[in-house]
Structures are given as C-alpha cells and as structure tokens.
Design a protein around this ligand. Structure first.
Ligand SMILES: [Zn+2]
Length: 153
C-alpha cells in the first residue's frame, strides 16, 4: 500500500477505536498515524525511508522489505517497550502498527505476520498503487470525512 493509503486507513482505525480507551484522543490518533506508516522504515524508497535513510538502508539491508519490520514480532516487542516507557499509549502504537500490516496483507505481495517463520502469510488481490487502491483511498477519505464531521457537529 502507498504511504497516503496507510495514512487514511490508520486514521479510520483511530477514529473507530479511540473512544474505547481513556487516553488523550489527539495523542491517540497521532500515534496511530505514526505507527500506521512506521513499518515502511524498512524500505529506503518509501516516504518515511527516504526521510530516514540512515535507518532505512541498514534495516532494509539486514531484514529486507516486508520482512521482520512487517511482522507481529516487531509490533509486539516494540509495543512492549512503549508500554514500559509510556504506559497505555502502547495501545494506539500497536493498533497503528497492526493497521499497517493488515493493509499490506490485502496486497498481492502480501505479508507474513509471523516472519521469519512463515506460519501466517497473508496475501490479497490489490496491487500497490493500482486503480483499485486509488478507489479505496478515496472511499477512506469519504468515510473519515464523515466520521470527523460527526465528531465535530
Ligand atoms: Zn508496508
């Protein structure tokens, strides 16, 4: 999935879940947006990877794209660290990370949630950057717009 699709998808997940937790909802959604794009740090050509080349190149070299940084192991272990340092804000951290994995899971390339063990590889039918992804992107914008509208009025 493209950067912008991850962003609007994680925003949707944030808007649908923030109410269930007693956390500051602005911070909650900002964290979800951040971790919604974070896994692509393993790709030097991704939007995030280009900004943080010093991290994305070595990570990509060692783990590859959609490898360990697109797995539940990193999602859970980094969430655990966030829990130790920031308490309950591990929740949006984990939710955002998961939203990224799910969105990549519906692409043709897919992801292996249990990388490197290959127990739970998920692939979908959507080609990254394709017309269908653009339709999904627009749909997500409409739904998010509606949810934000309802939040305000
Ligand atoms: Zn990704």
């Amino acid at each position: 999935m493209l950067f912008k699709t991850h962003l609007v998808f994680s925003l949707l997940i944030g808007l649908l879940t923030y109410n269930y937790f007693k956390l500051n909802y602005i911070i909650f959604i900002l964290i979800i947006l951040f971790t919604g794009i974070l896994p692509d740090i393993d790709h030097p050509k991704s939007k995030l990877g280009r900004k943080l080349k010093i991290l994305s190149y070595p990570i990509n070299f060692i783990f590859g794209h959609r490898g360990l940084f697109h797995s539940l192991f990193i999602a859970l272990s980094s969430s655990f660290l966030i829990w130790i340092i920031f308490g309950d804000y591990y929740i949006p951290f984990f939710i955002g990370f998961l939203s990224h994995l799910i969105a990549d899971g519906i692409t043709k390339q897919g992801i292996d949630f249990t990388y490197p063990f290959n127990f739970f590889k998920v692939t979908g039918m959507i080609k990254t950057g394709s017309f269908i992804e653009k339709v999904i992107f627009l749909l997500l914008i409409v739904i998010n717009g509606y949810l934000i509208f309802r939040l305000i009025f």
